[in-house]
Design a protein around this ligand. Structure first.
Ligand code: NDP
Length: 504
């Protein structure tokens, strides 16, 4: 039974679905496919839980959230085992994912009051008699729709920040990661048992669509750009605001003075870990020509040692969602047909449900392996004249999620990082921003909009509230019909004095 399916629901939905181990097809658990009726009941319960939760205040919420983080840290083994079995990722990667989520819960809990709490702001000379206060209030109920590739880290990026801001959450995990989603929700319920502040609703895309239409106060969506468009259309019906964390086609750029061993290591990890099923994974590498061959050799050498599998020694697991394998095959075939070379692996590397490492070079920029998100353990490595060309090519995509730059010179690194069209860029390490809770996470273009994590992530889950209190009668009362011409003349003189100075 899920947190959404309590005795308050009149009857069980007719349909159920199974969550399976992608490596061997074994059923892990069955879940109800929640429809509009169940979603509506959950959102109603959440609305009343949200009032209770918001009423607790910063200190108590902080205490609950820190207790939740501590629970997750103590039971990380259980959660990681489930995550490993349900998504196929190695146990160590599953532990790392939960660890990162813990870091974010901790930050959101400890900083919500500072970022969102009431603070005095200057009222300015014209309104000197006013005392102005800015605060960020909770939205109410946030609907979170999550993906299957990082089913703890990714939703927690929305859930923890929404909860810390004082909202209740209704969470719909991907049907491919529902057992992990249930564990996450149950872990919170063990800490906050009084009210259903975090609820689970289970099902496929239809369940997600029903949640988007349910009248929640915001949708935090993570998934593909294609689905984001559908969710946005559904949200439009009720003018429900939305944050969209979508896919990417992230580039790694290698400059002439880069540490090539470190760059090759980062490229291989960024592209192949989690079987390449990482929104901020490395999909394309652009290398300045003088170091291209040495870099490529080092990438091949490292990648050739890696092996997918379900055993403990495997470097990465199976493809979690079966249909993604077709995308990998299509991109590979297209790249080869257009003249791209496989320098490691080939079409035979796809052995369902596993895909061995595939490195491509000389892939034409129009090929789908360069233009579309592949989401598999493959990378393209392309020679460029200089970093400016690398940035130009990196930016020639609809996506703009993250990027990586390897360069020794700090100034050149910062300049390249700034000009890459992406929400996040790491210099001389890969995906490092994900572990820094203070940094906002999100993309541009088809990679989505809005931000999770950090102060921006907290504000994303709140609404700004402006309050101003008159402290004393204004010397010039402007908002009255009894305003005199003399008062207006005085005001105009003041404004000219304050703002009328010539600047050029
Ligand atoms: P999908 O877009 O297929 O699904 C995302 C979620 O939306 C799932 O829970 C899915 O349910 C649900 N959904 C499907 N159809 C609808 C609909 N019509 N209305 C509402 N919800 C719906 O993405 P994936 O799960 O395949 O995740 C992979 C994608 O997510 C990749 O593009 C990846 O790059 C991106 N991603 C982005 C991240 C970021 O932070 N920017 C982080 C992680 C992943 P169900 O699965 O049950 O069909």
């Amino acid at each position: 039974m899920t947190a959404a399916m309590t005795a308050q629901d009149t009857k069980r939905p007719a349909e159920t679905f199974d969550s399976v181990n992608p490596a061997n097809g074994e059923v892990i658990a069955s879940f109800p496919a929640c429809g509009q009726r169940e979603i509506g009941a959950s959102v109603d319960r959440a609305a009343s839980a949200a009032r209770w939760w918001a009423g607790l205040g910063w200190k108590q919420r902080r205490g609950y959230l820190l207790a939740w983080k501590s629970y997750l840290a103590r039971y990380i083994g259980r959660g990681a085992q489930l995550l490993h079995v349900e998504t196929g990722k190695p146990l160590g990667d599953a532990q790392l994912e939960i660890l990162l989520a813990i870091v974010h819960i901790d930050w959101a809990a400890k900083h919500a009051k500072r970022v969102l709490g009431p603070r005095r702001v200057r009222s300015g000379l014209v309104a000197i008699n006013q005392s102005a206060t800015l605060e960020y209030q909770p939205l109410g109920v946030v609907g979170v729709i999550g993906p299957w590739n990082y089913p703890v880290f990714t939703p927690v990026g929305s859930i923890a920040y929404a909860l810390a801001a004082g909202n209740a959450v209704v969470y719909k995990p991907s049907e491919y990661a529902t057992a992990t989603g249930a564990w996450l929700v149950e872990s919170f319920a063990d800490i906050v048992g009084e009210q259903p502040v975090l609820q689970l609703v289970t099902g496929s895309g239809d369940t997600g669509a029903a949640l988007a239409r349910s009248g929640v106060d915001k949708i935090a969506f993570t998934g593909s750009a294609t689905t984001a468009r559908k969710v946005m259309a559904a949200c439009a019906e009720n003018l429900t605001p939305m944050v969209a964390e979508c896919g990417g086609k992230d580039a790694l750029i290698v400059d002439t003075d880069a540490n090539l061993d470190a760059a090759a290591d980062a490229a291989v990890w960024g592209a192949l870990s989690n079987a390449g099923q990482t929104c901020v994974g490395v999909e394309r590498v652009y290398v300045v020509e003088s170091v291209y061959h040495t870099f490529l050799e080092r990438v091949i050498e490292r990648a050739a040692k890696l092996r997918p599998g379900e055993d403990r020694d495997a470097d990465y697991g199976p493809m979690t969602m079966p249909t993604q394998i077709d995308v990998v095959e299509r991109h590979l075939a297209d790249a080869i047909a257009r003249g791209g070379r496989t320098v490691l692996g080939d079409m035979g590397s796809v052995r369902k449900p596993f895909v061995e490492p595939i490195i491509l070079s000389d892939v034409p920029e129009r090929s789908s392996a360069i233009t579309e998100e592949t989401f598999g353990p493959t990378i393209t490595v392309t020679k460029v004249h200089d970093v400016a060309e690398a940035v130009r090519r990196a930016n020639a995509t609809r996506y703009g999620l993250a990027a990586t730059v390897f360069v020794k010179n700090k100034k050149r690194g910062m300049a390249a990082a700034r000009t890459v069209r992406s929400g996040m860029t790491s210099i001389n390490s890969v995906i490092a921003f994900a572990a820094i809770p203070e940094l906002p996470f999100g993309g541009v273009g088809d990679s989505g909009f809005g931000r999770i994590h950090g102060a921006d992530g907290l504000r994303e889950m709140s609404r700004a509230k402006a309050i101003t209190r008159q402290r004393f009668r204004p010397p010039l009362n402007l908002t009255t019909f009894s305003r005199s011409d003399e008062q207006m003349r005085k005001l105009l003189r003041l404004v000219t004095l304050l703002h009328g100075r010539r600047y050029r």
